[in-house]
Design a protein around this ligand. Structure first.
Ligand code: PRP
Length: 549
């Protein structure tokens, strides 16, 4: 028997770099290194592997599942570094303990994270970044931001955007909201994904208050300098600390603007992606045609405490791989970026949602001839609108939007629940309404007997989450379609599936045992597109919302 050997390929999410790719990385790293060293930052290199304990206190930022682990010769668990800031905090609190403050450190090294498979994510990422430890306040924040601007401008040129936010605002509001941890987590998730409708619905369960009103408005507070006036109006009369945080953010914004950066600056009061890590000012950098932030940073005044030193700190990291790829693409003058930047690309789920969306577009006055007479074409321009529609399978809509090759997408909440991903979920379109349910042959008792039940579903993740919530072990079998067949053929005891009219269940002698949740079509938007093409995207969302209502 021959044992399969993996000696000619690299592990998923990793790759070899050859020739021009190495040159691009070198070019980008050298440019950034020069900037860091000119500003008196000193390089440190931390081990590729550390004891898992270094990262375990920070598990909320890097979930256990996302870390690569190994066991050393004494049985101790080690983790490949998922991040460089945490090991640098360890260095500061140990080898650099007691040294004169502030300490300015920089790094250029890879980080390792296990991402969901087959989604085009890298599990090994080259990052560079700075940590300014032991100084707080305006001067230190401006130093980090100015360095971030220098990096973006040196690597990308003129098209970048720097986005500012203040995590303290959200944290304070959550402190003032009388909710349990579970609800707070859900609100946090919805704030991250700018899920306007979901957030409002969730917050409507709380008694009316200014806290609730501000939380509802927060994710929509993003854009240019005009946002500060809207924020001031919303925060008026609330806790003084909130007003002060807003004023501080504005002070930073103005100071940067006055250095000639006005067209690069944006602000987002809903920027809370790493609210557990950052404590106040947070920022991200975007460049055209890259669907995710290339730079991300902020103030983290609590992290050093984990290692026994109570020191304020700020810093940022840049994704060198993304900047290098962009660098190469621009050198080779590949047209993709230009083409994509010139129009809004919307991915549309083929089938039922496609028909409903076409009707919606027509109500909005769009000429949908290309959609109605598409033949086998998959890329369909909407005449006179500078919009291009892409027809794709549901899960692929998410993939295209997540990677930013499509700016927006229309997809069912069922697919979002099953596949997840990073994007904004901005509108419940109301159509495509159906529900997830647990169903079984009539009269069957799913909850009796000691034998483990078997459940068939096209949605294994949703099914697992449903039974985990019940603390019930079941064996899940993935079935690709007509799931109702599986219990009829006695392969399983029940199914978790979508029910619309209930006809399929009825005609096959099955009945709903439990409703899990209702779902409908959602409008999703790529994170970077939302910021880089705000005007076009906002007006399209508004037009859709009008028709949907
Ligand atoms: C969906 C779902 C059910 C059926 C429910 O399947 O998986 O089978 O529709 O609709 P009803 O309640 O109105 O009868 P779909 O038609 O998408 O086909 P598939 O099962 O082959 O995926």
């Amino acid at each position: 028997m021959t044992i399969k050997r993996y000696d000619r390929i690299t592990p998923e999410g990793t790759k070899d770099l050859l020739f021009g790719e190495c040159a691009a990385r070198r070019e980008i790293t050298e440019r950034i290194r020069t900037i860091f060293e000119e500003e008196s930052y000193h390089e440190v290199i931390t081990p590729g592997f550390e004891f898992y304990d270094v990262f375990s206190a920070s598990e909320m930022y890097f979930p256990q599942e996302s870390m690569y682990k190994a066991v050393d010769s004494r049985g101790r668990i080690m983790a490949a570094r998922p991040d460089s800031t945490i090991p640098i905090a360890r260095i500061k609190a140990t080898r650099l303990k007691g040294c004169p403050l502030p300490v300015r450190l920089y790094y250029a090294q890879c980080v390792y994270r296990q991402n969901p498979v087959l989604r085009g994510h890298s599990n090994e990422m080259m990052q560079m970044g700075v940590e300014l430890i032991g100084e707080s306040g305006f001067r230190a924040d401006m130093e980090a931001l100015t360095l971030g601007v220098k990096v973006l401008s040196a690597c990308q040129g003129e098209g970048y955007r720097l986005e500012l936010g203040h995590v303290g605002i959200f944290n304070l509001l959550m402190e003032r909201l009388d909710a349990d941890e579970d609800k707070k987590n859900q609100i946090h998730e919805m704030m991250i994904s700018k899920n306007y409708a979901g957030l409002s619905e969730k917050l409507d369960c709380f008694p009316e208050s200014q806290t609730v009103e501000i939380l509802k408005g927060l994710p929509r507070l993003f854009g240019g300098e005009e946002v500060f006036a809207q924020a001031r109006a919303l925060f008026d009369g609330y806790d003084r600390r909130l007003v002060e945080m807003c004023a501080y953010l504005e002070e930073i914004f103005r100071a940067l603007r006055d250095t000639g950066l006005s067209e690069h600056l944006i602000v987002d009061f809903g920027l809370v992606n790493q609210a557990d890590y950052y404590t106040s000012l947070a920022f991200q950098g975007y460049i055209p045609a890259i669907g995710e932030p290339v730079l991300s940073g902020g103030r983290y005044d609590n992290l050093l405490k984990n290692f026994g030193e109570d020191l304020p700190a700020t810093g940022f990291g840049v994704n060198v791989d993304l900047l290098s790829a962009d660098w190469m693409r621009r050198k080779e003058e590949k047209p993709r970026a230009e083409q994509k930047n010139s129009c809004l690309r919307i991915a549309l789920t083929k089938g039922r949602l496609e028909t409903k969306t076409t009707e919606l577009f027509e109500k909005m006055g769009f000429d949908c001839t290309n959609l109605r007479e598409k033949g086998r074409k998959l890329l369909l321009p909407i005449p006179g609108q500078n919009i291009e529609v892409v027809l794709a399978k549901a899960a692929d809509v998410i993939t295209y939007v997540e990677h930013g090759v499509c700016d927006m997408g229309i997809v069912g909440l069922d697919t979002i629940m099953e596949y997840g991903g990073t994007f904004y979920e901005v509108l419940d379109l109301g159509f495509g309404r159906c529900r997830f349910a647990l169903a079984a042959p009539k009269g069957a008792d799913m909850y009796s007997g000691y034998a483990e039940k078997r459940i068939a579903s096209k949605y294994p993740k949703v099914t697992r989450a449903f039974f985990e919530e019940k603390q019930m072990d079941v064996q899940i079998i993935k079935i690709e379609g007509s799931v109702e067949l599986a219990p009829l053929l006695s392969l399983v005891d029940g199914i978790v599936d979508l029910v619309e009219t209930g006809t399929t269940l009825k005609e096959n002698g099955l009945e709903v045992l439990e409703e899990i949740r209702s779902v409908s079509a959602r409008l999703i938007v790529n994170e970077a597109s939302m910021k880089m093409k705000k005007k076009e995207i906002d007006s399209l969302i508004e037009a859709m919302q009008k028709e949907v209502e």
